[in-house]
Design a protein around this ligand. Sequence first.
Ligand SMILES: NC(=O)c1ccc[n+]([C@@H]2O[C@H](COP(=O)([O-])OP(=O)(O)OC[C@H]3O[C@@H](n4cnc5c(N)ncnc54)[C@H](OP(=O)(O)O)[C@@H]3O)[C@@H](O)[C@H]2O)c1
Length: 170
Amino acid sequence: MIKTFIIVAQTADGFIAKNSGHEATWTSKEDKKRFVEITKRAGVMIMGLNTFNTFPSPLPGRLHIVYSPDEEASKNNISGVVEYTKDTPADLIKKLEDRGFTEVAICGGTTIYTMFMKSGLVETIYLTTEPKLFGKGMGIFNEDLDVNLELIESNTTESGTTFVEYNIVK
Ligand SMILES: NC(=O)c1ccc[n+]([C@@H]2O[C@H](COP(=O)([O-])OP(=O)(O)OC[C@H]3O[C@@H](n4cnc5c(N)ncnc54)[C@H](OP(=O)(O)O)[C@@H]3O)[C@@H](O)[C@H]2O)c1
């Protein structure tokens, strides 16, 4: 069975970005390293167009599946590198399972995290909390949720970055 997880970094006051176009360059080097390790292990990253557009170029060694409202977006597919979709979460995860993936990384932003969390398909959250404040901005989710989490692992670096792994209690 394929495993679907969210990977996300937030500030200590609970924001993942200041706005939709805010590049995620503000996280620690430890978080960037962990992001690369975990997403390369999965080999596939699902994200929304706003998040994809904050990247200067696709990240090496991972398939990017990008949710785009553009009807014509899939004409720009680069198979195995960047593939555009409008599939429901369930259809997309099934297709990825059929392609042989055993893990899928949900890589944001807020719209995509919320859509996948509401789908009930997410099993795990890798949450990084950085010692930083934005004061206002975008949260991980933007709709009503009532989800219980089970702590799997937690550790904090010397510079105050906390890595927590939670499983979703079904
Ligand atoms: N700190 C972190 O860990 C982290 C991680 C990822 C992203 N981010 C940040 O999050 C921000 C972006 O978040 P966001 O919520 O604005 O955008 P997003 O989730 O990256 O992307 C939203 C896009 O996806 C499209 N979309 C959503 N559902 C769709 C569907 N079912 N079919 C087709 N297209 C669909 C939306 O189309 P519509 O316009 O039609 O709705 C919109 O264009 C950026 O600042 C980024 O840096 C932070």
